[in-house]
Unconditional design. Sequence first.
Length: 498
Amino acid sequence: MTGTAGTLAHSPSTAAQAEQQIIAAHRAYEKSRDTEPAVRGAWLEAIAAGLEANADELVVLGMADTHLDEGRLRFELRRTVFQLRLMAAEVLLGEPLGATIDNADPDWGMGPRPDIRRVNVPLGVVGVFGASNFPFAFSVMGGDSASALAAGCAVVHKIHEGHLRLALRTGEVVADALAGAGAPAGLFSTITGRAAAELLVDHPLVKAIGFTGSTAGGRALFDRANRRPEPIPFYGELGSINPVFVTEKAWAARRDEILAGYAASFTLGMGQFCTKPGLIFVPETDTDDVGTALGGYLADKPRFPLLSPKLREGYDEALAEVAGSDGVKVLVPGDRSEAPAPTVLATTAEAVRANPELLAQEMFGPATVVIRYRPGTDLASLAELLEGQLTATVQAEPDEELAALTTVLRERAGRLLWNAWPTGVTVSYAQQHGGPYPATTAPGTTSVGTAAVGRFLRPVAYDSFPEPQLPPPLRDANPWGITRRVDGVWEPAAKVGK
């Protein structure tokens, strides 16, 4: 196939090859699903160490496959390694297991209660589709793969052809690390090509799918997963505009600061972040020259070609569609060079009320839309026009009453930001990277942070089982020394005897 860095001789996986890998993954899952936390955590640590040991080679491959520079790729790889180790620490604590014990209680308020004990168990084989814009963080060993392995699942990863050589080599590093750590063969593998991808969604041994990509592609796979005789969970991140609302008071106090921050955020990575702010609502005044101000802040922003020809084609089409809409004008003209200059379009609140579709067109690249609203406008009513989003930002002053606006935004987005910018998604315990459709297909989950592990688990309750028949995390002695909730009281791992 042909990529951004030349021609690579690689034959896509056949359906027969994918079939064998899925079967091998299932066998590996059967061998490893009851592995104790210390061993599973060691597997994740081995992957992290393997990526670190091969960092120089992987970064060089990433630079050849994409237009990303060394600094960006090294940071993204460090993020990936950090994520693996953070999840390994959670596995050691037993947090993903959610072990809960209700001892028998003859005096329970609704009548005698039997002994009931619940624990989360892995789903099985998980298919993961890599993203084009993050060759490490949302790719071969990105959040979906890492969280599925942390949950105790096996992973078959569909490589994104936008960084094929890097992905193939990363897959080898991961497989070698797992083998060296004693994990069963087949626990992680990679496939390429459309035939293998379709089989991955259709195969009865595959129990969940993780996806990051376009709305059209993700929706097609989501529908396919739901047409199966046994539908499976599809955790898809599709598209988001990530609106920013600037209040009149904030605009008067910090206009230049806000515009500088906005310019930096929507051009970060050439606008190829899923959390790029694509819309900003600002008050309309007679004296403001927003175009000139933004143009100044954009003049020195780094420029490089978009990640792939296909991405560039989609960007050009989306930009042309929005720019050609009624009531839209060009505020800061970009260009059609190989590394396109940022484009800023402008319209009014009245125009988007008449044509709300303007608020739904994602331009995946260095372009954004400024929407001017008249003083006294109800911002909450504008927010109601939006579809589901990953993020929504409010630029305001601390003493403002904005409950109506933030309540609407809470209904529309998974992460709300106050006087900050959405690009840059840290990996942490409280992080939420998800949102109502079309941002994602599963708004109750996150694809970033430790809570992401929960997507690939399901709870099982053991009612009235004798102690020897219970799985280790539910036995009274707590042989794994994990965090548990017993009769409604949390027992932290650090305080239990092992």
